[in-house]
Design a protein around this ligand. Sequence first.
Ligand SMILES: Nc1ncnc2c1ncn2[C@@H]1O[C@H](COP(=O)(O)OP(=O)(O)OP(=O)(O)O)[C@@H](O)[C@H]1O
Ligand SMILES: [Mg+2]
Length: 253
Amino acid sequence: MTEPAAIEGRALTKSYGGDAVEVRALRGVDICVERGEFVAIMGPSGSGKSTLLHILGGLESPTGGTVAAAGVRYDALDDKELTRFRRDHIGFVFQFFNLLGSLSAAENVLLPALIAGRHEPELRERAVELLGRVGLADRAGHTPSELSGGEQQRVSIARALLLAPDIVLADEPTGNLDSRAGRGILQLLRNVCDAAGHTIVMVTHDPAAAAVADRVVFLRDGEIAGEVEGGSTERVAEFFTTLSPDDLATAAS
Ligand SMILES: Nc1ncnc2c1ncn2[C@@H]1O[C@H](COP(=O)(O)OP(=O)(O)OP(=O)(O)O)[C@@H](O)[C@H]1O
Ligand SMILES: [Mg+2]
C-alpha cells in the first residue's frame, strides 16, 4: 500500500458572508503535499493563501471539499478530536510570532505542552534543546521584548516543533522581518525539513522565500494557477510575472 500524503486537500471551496456580499476565497483547490516535502504557496494579496493554510491546518473548515492529513479526514473527527489531532500533528508559525509577552522564550516554547496538560520533564528538556537548535541557547530566560524580530520568530518555530509535529504550516514567516533575518528563518525551516523530516507548507509572497521550497504552488483568485519547482528565485519570479505582470509589483510592495 502506498503511504498516504502528509496533507491533501480535495476540491476545497470556501465562501465568506451571505448571498449579497459573498466572498469566494477558494474556488475548488486540489493540493497534495508528500511527507518530508517543503511546499511554498504564493499568490497576490487576497488570492486565498491564508484561507487555504488555515483549512489545511484544521483551523477553519471548508465550505466544500475535504482535507486529510496522514490519511485522517478532518470531517470524520469531532471538534475535540480535531483539536487533539491538530495539537499532535501540526505546528503553526505566524507572521507576527504570536508569543506571550509575559513569558520567557523557554516558557513560550513549552506553552503547547502546558496547554495540552503535559508536564513531563522530557518536554522541558526538549524546549531547551529546541532553543539551542534555533540558535537561542543563551536567550532562554529572555522575554519577547528583549529579543529581535528574527529571534522571536526562532522562538515561535521552536514552539511549533515542541510536540514533534509531522507538519509545520507557516503563514508569511518572514513577512515581518528584514531580509537578513528572513533568510535565517528560511534556512532554519529548510533545515527543519531536511534534517528532522518535517513536512512544511509555507505561504509567502516573496519569490526569494518561495524558492527555498521544493515546489511552489501559485494561487490566483482562489484557484491553483500553476506550480514550478523551487530552488531558483528567477524561475519562481518569472512564473509569477507570466501569471500577471501586475502581481509582482503587488508582491514586492
Ligand atoms: N473571515 C473572513 N470574512 C470575510 N472574508 C474573508 C475572511 N477571511 C478572508 N476573507 C476574504 O477571502 C479572500 C482570501 O483571503 P486570504 O486571507 O486567504 O488571502 P491571502 O492570499 O492570504 O492574502 P494576503 O496576502 O493579503 O495575506 C479575501 O478576499 C479576503 O478578504
Ligand atoms: Mg494571508
